[in-house]
Ligand binder design. Structure first.
Ligand SMILES: NC(=O)C1=CN([C@@H]2O[C@H](COP(=O)(O)OP(=O)(O)OC[C@H]3O[C@@H](n4cnc5c(N)ncnc54)[C@H](O)[C@@H]3O)[C@@H](O)[C@H]2O)C=CC1
Ligand SMILES: O=C(O)[C@@H]1CCC=N1
Length: 280
C-alpha cells in the first residue's frame, strides 16, 4: 500500500493551533500533493484573520469552533504552545474519543499528560518535527503511547515522511530531539546570520554575502550527505596547516564554539523536560 493510500484511510486531519509549525506542515503536505485541502481543517484560539490567511494561501478549511475541529477530525493534531495545552485540552474533554488518533507536536508535554487532560485513554502519537517541514526536509522524532495501533502508527509516520525523515524513538528521547533538531534550524539560521553579517562588515555587498553563505551551507550539507564522511574529516580537508581555516577555527575554539553549541542543545533539551515537568 502506498503512503497516499495509508493516509487516504485517515479521513480528515484537524489542527488545533494555527501558528508557525502548522503553516510549515501544511505547506509541506500540500506541496507533496498527499492530501486534498478539503481534508485539512485548521483552528486557533481566536485569531480569525490568521485562519483566513491560511485558507487563502493554502486552500484549507477553517473553523473558529475548537470543539468542531476535535469532533470532526479523524486525526487531531495538537499544535498549541505547551503553556496553553492544559486549558485547551481540558476544554476538549468528552469530545475526543478513543476512535480518533491524536498527534501532538507540543514540546515537552508527555502522552500521559495529554491523555489525562483529554480525560480519555486514546491513541496519542507525540512528535517533534521542525519548520523545514515547509520544504519537505523536517527531521522528525516520533513516539506512540500504548493505545496506538500499528495502522495508526503507519498513518502518523506517513504524514511526517511526506514532509521529511522520521525516527520512531522512546518517548524520553523526544526531549533531546527537541533540543537538537526541533530547535536546530534556529541554530543554523543564527550561524547564517553571523556569517552574512561578517561578510558584509568585511566589505562585501550584502546580497553577495548572503548568496555565498547560503551556497556554503548547502554545499557543506550536501557533502555530508553524499560522501557520508565524518564531519571532522571533511573539516580537516578544508583546513590547510597554517592557513586561513586554521586561523578561523582557532578563533572559534577561543570562543569555545563546540562547548557553546553542546551547552545550547543540552539546555534546550532540559527546557523541553522542564516545560512538561511543571505539570506533574
Ligand atoms: N515553531 C517550531 O519550530 C516548532 C514548534 N513546535 C511546537 O508546536 C507548538 C506550536 O508552536 P508554534 O506554531 O511555533 O506556535 P505559535 O505561537 O506560532 O502558534 C500557536 C497556536 O496555538 C493557538 N492556540 C493557543 N491556545 C489555543 C487554544 N486554547 N485553542 C486553540 N488554539 C490555541 C494560537 O492561536 C496559535 O495559532 C508548540 O507546542 C511548539 O512546542 C514543534 C516543533 C517545531
Ligand atoms: O522553541 C520551541 O519551544 C519550539 C519547540 C522546538 C522548536 N520550537
Amino acid at each position: 500500500m502506498s503512503n497516499q493510500d495509508k493516509l487516504c484511510m485517515a479521513g480528515r486531519i484537524g489542527f488545533l493551533g494555527a501558528g508557525s509549525i502548522v503553516e510549515a506542515m501544511l505547506s509541506g503536505i500540500l506541496k507533496k500533493g498527499l492530501l486534498s485541502t478539503d481534508r485539512l481543517l485548521v483552528s486557533n484560539r481566536n485569531n480569525r484573520e490568521r485562519l483566513k490567511e491560511l485558507a487563502d494561501s493554502y486552500g484549507v478549511q477553517y473553523t473558529q469552533d475548537k470543539l468542531e475541529v476535535a469532533r470532526s477530525s479523524d486525526i487531531l493534531i495538537l499544535a498549541i504552545k505547551p503553556k496553553d495545552a492544559q486549558e485547551a485540552l481540558r476544554e476538549l474533554r468528552g469530545v475526543v474519543h478513543t476512535g480518533q488518533l491524536v498527534i501532538s507536536v507540543v514540546a515537552g508535554v508527555s502522552t500521559t499528560l495529554i491523555g489525562e487532560w483529554l480525560g480519555v485513554n486514546c491513541p496519542i502519537v507525540r512528535t517533534m518535527p521542525n519548520t523545514s517541514s515547509a520544504v519537505g526536509l523536517s527531521a522528525t522524532g516520533l513516539a506512540a503511547n500504548p493505545f496506538v495501533t500499528e495502522e495508526q502508527l503507519q498513518q502518523a509516520t506517513c504524514l511526517f515522511e511526506a514532509i521529511g525523515t522520521v525516527y520512531t524513538v522512546a518517548e524520553e528521547e523526544l526531549d533531546i530531539i527537541t533540543g537538537l533538531s526541533g530547535s536546530g534550524p534556529a541554530y543554523i539560521y543564527y550561524l547564517v546570520e553571523a556569517m552574512m553579517a561578517a561578510g558584509a562588515t568585511a566589505g562585501l555587498d550584502r546580497e553577495m554575502a548572503r548568496q555565498l553563505t547560503l551556497q556554503t551551507v548547502i554545499g557543506a550539507a550536501q557533502m555530508l550527505l553524499e560522501t557520508r564522511a565524518d564531519p571532522a574529516i571533511l573539516r580537516k580537508q578544508v583546513t590547510s596547516p597554517g592557513g586561513t581555516t586554521q586561523a578561523g577555527l582557532e578563533v572559534l575554539e577561543a570562543y569555545q564554539f563546540q562547548q557553546g553549541v553542546t551547552a545550547a542543545i543540552l539546555r534546550a533539551s532540559e527546557r523541553s523536560r522542564e516545560m512538561g515537568a511543571q505539570y506533574h
